[in-house]
Write a protein that binds this ligand. Sequence first.
Ligand code: CP3
Length: 328
Amino acid sequence: MDPLLLKVLNGVRTPETPVWFMRQAGRFLPEYREIRKQYAFDQVLNDPQLSKKVTLQPIQRFPKLDGAIIFSDILIVLNALGCNVSFEHGSPSIGRTLDQISLNDPVDYSHFDTVQAALKSTRLDLPSHVTLIGFAGAPWTLFAYACDGSNKNGWKKAKELLTQKPLEAEAWLSKISRVTRDLLLLQIASGAQVVQLFDSWAGDLSNDEYLSWALPYAEKTLKDLKVPRIYFPKMQEIPVQLQSFDCEALSISWESSLLLARSRFSTKILQGNLDPKVLLGDENELDKHVQAIMESMKNHGHIFNLGHGILPQTNPKAIQRILDMVKS
Ligand code: CP3
């Protein structure tokens, strides 16, 4: 029998709401920080057994979780293109930006070996009620990192490339879409039962820019994949054009209204969208927010999640509290 999260993504109506958390395999967990005392981030990222261990940490601590997101990073696609990403100083730094590499450089698919091996091995040891989630970054979000390295200048170089050399931008976005799609196909072949595409910087584009430079490439990346697809356009106002986006579920940002999404995207399963900052505050406030979300999604396909990743300073007790409420 399919696990709950997969069932809901396949359109089955269930009395119970599935729940998982973006960035659940990471820095808010003391047991992850213990591992990081011994190993650098790159080492965990390049070792299937360590990646598996970190993937399973939240599952072991919180048996009520319905999803396990594989430990990896969206930026491995840029490494395959030749960008030489390093994580040495906490935030990623891009060794070679897009202007320093060539469209004709061969793609080095060996950067995808670890995530494949980690998925295969994790799937063998995952409790059968938990769904294994693969993921990648959406083309615009990866392109923005590849051009600028970080958003401290508002993706200046990325936006200049879009406006000044649109043909070149299009060629890069197409190449990134192809490689990201290949990564997702490999993840699915290795045991990912669901995939999520993170468009974390979608909200840094205007509506028109998003429709020209983000949406079409995200669509290309996810088209015809054989497992349920969750798309996360992290933006305040999600354009109506997403009604015809070929995916099973939309993940809604905390800055956006779940009720509005429900009326606008009535045929989509919706995921989200608790504000990660609410987990840092008062427990009664947290309860109210969780209840409001559950209430607003009654009788609509819903996956409980945050509206962006768990903040590193989150107390694991807040996660347990949410799980107890959603599952009560
Ligand atoms: O539970 C999980 O989600 C684990 C897998 C995961 C990581 N990164 C591990 C990681 C996932 C899904 C990501 C996605 C990711 N990576 C995104 C999209 C999601 C989002 O939050 O919008 C982005 C933009 C990145 C790029 C990236 N990687 C940044 C900006 C950073 C540094 C700051 C941060 O967000 O933690 C990373 C490093 C990174 N990736 C860490 C982890 C656990 C922290 C590294 C450490 O200090 O141990």
